[in-house]
Design a protein. Structure first.
Length: 215
């Protein structure tokens, strides 16, 4: 082997090793974000939202409506309702599909897994709506920082940012507000007001996290 080739080979080895290390770091960051974000969302839904009969926006909101009206598992409902978006993402936004499907499955699993929390004593509805908004907004925001969505509206928001110049948190807030407006069909007017407050907190928290910590 030529002596001139040895430094070159050594450089390639170091470069390859650095790339592998970076990939491992990114993978660990993504897994950590998925777990933390999903747990925060699950706690917010089961301990603060469901006991107070609040309604969130987006696909999670539709999952809650299915829970209130038919006793269906919200996590499973979220998966079913998110399927069309993931089919579209598979053909047009393949990277979002791979990133989002993990967040979808993890959040849906933890939402149904933590369902015993809904039987515990919960704070008053005002405190619950604010706390739930902070928890869900933080969970969604943490996952979005690593380009991971929880499915449904989060995935749709990520795809829309490719065609319109709006912050992903703002897009989620708009869509969620539309869904909550339909909540008056199944919840009382007073509860609807607190649901609107919660959705506002979710959007604000998500916006703050993605705007502050995104590179």
């Amino acid at each position: 082997m030529d002596n001139l080739d040895k430094p070159r080979i050594s450089f390639y080895k170091r470069n390859y090793s650095g790339q592998v290390t970076w990939c491992v770091i990114r993978l660990v960051q993504k897994i950590t974000a998925i777990i933390i974000g999903s747990v925060l969302i699950a706690i917010g839904i089961n301990y603060f939202i469901i006991p107070n009969h609040l309604v969130d926006g987006g696909v999670i909101g539709l999952g809650l409506i299915a829970k209130y009206t038919a006793g269906m598992k919200p996590g499973l409902t979220i998966i079913v309702l998110s399927l069309p978006l993931y089919i579209y993402a598979w053909f047009h936004f393949r990277s979002y599909f791979y990133n989002g499907v993990h967040g979808l499955l993890a959040s849906a699993f933890f939402i149904d897994y933590f369902h015993p929390l809904m039987t515990l004593h919960t704070p008053p509805i005002l405190i619950s709506s604010i706390t739930a908004g902070l928890l869900l907004g933080a969970g969604i925001g943490i996952m979005l920082l690593t380009q991971v969505s929880t499915g449904g509206v989060d995935l749709l928001a990520l795809m829309l940012t490719k065609v319109i110049s709006l912050n992903v948190g703002l897009i989620i807030l708009i869509i969620d507000s539309i869904v909550v407006l339909f909540g008056w069909l199944i919840i009382q007017e007073t509860t609807l007001i607190y649901s609107g407050l919660m959705v506002g907190m979710i959007g604000l928290t998500t916006f703050t996290i993605t705007k502050t910590f995104s590179s």
